[in-house]
Design a protein around this ligand. Sequence first.
Ligand code: AMP
Ligand code: GLY
Length: 429
Amino acid sequence: MKVLVIGGGGREHALVWKLKQSPLVEKVFCAPGNAGIAGEAQVVPIDASDIKALAGFAEREKIDLTCVGPELPLTLGVVDAFQEAGLRIFGASRAAAEIEGSKVFTKDLLRKYRIPTGDYEVFEDPGEARAWIRKTGAPIVVKADGLAAGKGAIVCQTIEEAEEAVGLIMEKRAFGAAGDRVIIEEFLIGEEASFLAFTDGKTVLPLATSQDHKPALDGDRGPNTGGMGAYSPAPVVTPEIFNQAMDEIMIPTVRAMAAEGRPYKGVLYAGLMIRDGKAKVLEFNARFGDPEAQPLLMRLDGDLALIMDAVVDERLDEVELKWHDDASVCVVMASGGYPDPYEKGKTISGLDEAEGLEDVKVFHAGTAEKDGRVVTAGGRVLGVTALGRDIPDAIEKAYRACSLISWDRVQYRKDIGAKAIKYLKPLNV
Ligand code: AMP
Ligand code: GLY
């Protein structure tokens, strides 16, 4: 079959790489792709949110299956548009993607169906939001309702910070219309994990566990980013928590979406906060995580095209997911300054040497080709991903690969995966 992947980041490179391994797949296209993807698929210069152009391309090229990477095309209705044109596509419909597109929609859904999450209030008036903050106290979390490229959640340690966050979102309109409403949430403490599942609306098939590293700097300091690294499996998710997450969160959410007339198909990603052996929902995403997809897809021992096909046809009950026993770690190498403004166009060296290492795959995110060289073209530039017999081994291999790659002002965290290690040591030593 001919497959189209929509997007151009590290997640999409991992999707292309995995789909290409399927014996069912003859050719992979990616729109718009990046320099790394261009080496493995035919890149097509169409923006990931230009739905009309994407559907036109898929019709002309007779694409058999399209897979959507990022959230924006999902919330804009790419799945609905493809389906109307009779094209097969893997992803959440516009109505289902509301689970990521509106934090208010999601928290109301969780409350209505008694799915574990923190308390919250919604405000359309900044004065009322501030009065609530003064009454409730800090720490507290202030979020823009709509999509804000991962920057719309502001964790506030003081009442003053929270009042400022309301001003930033509602009055300065830092995230545009996404800030028409704010949602003010109880501050949850614990350890975060990512829990992803394939679902065709009836069967919910969990992926292996994983954990992201959102803050820019070591020790979880600095501003939040799209994600500076990830690993799988995540031992914070014990078998008991895994079962609770399935029984109390993933399955009830898929049922709730169906009951609301928004049947969910695709990948459902729950951001969980774990404390005292229980998981609560922080947020949902309607897609694979980036960078979680990179280690997860390296560990997936199976045919991704077959799985996606089964989701589209609502035959997921026939599929069994298998995982390599190896652990996987992905270190994101970023442009100096990210997530604040940074320079682009820096020549990247050492890519071939790093790729030559055993069990290492360098997924490209923000890269472009210029005069035969690979140059930086975004904040998150590469996702250097390694398999190892356990997390410490995978960490060592990933960092060995990173040490071979360089460009002017490269930055990356040196502690990806470190959080897992405490679970691996015997407690009484
Ligand atoms: P979100 O965009 O909703 O995933 O939030 C981004 C990050 O903010 C999360 O990964 C958490 O680290 C933090 N966060 C969001 N909501 C809460 C909350 N209610 N309590 C504590 N931390 C939160
Ligand atoms: N890694 C976080 C996300 O994909 O939203």
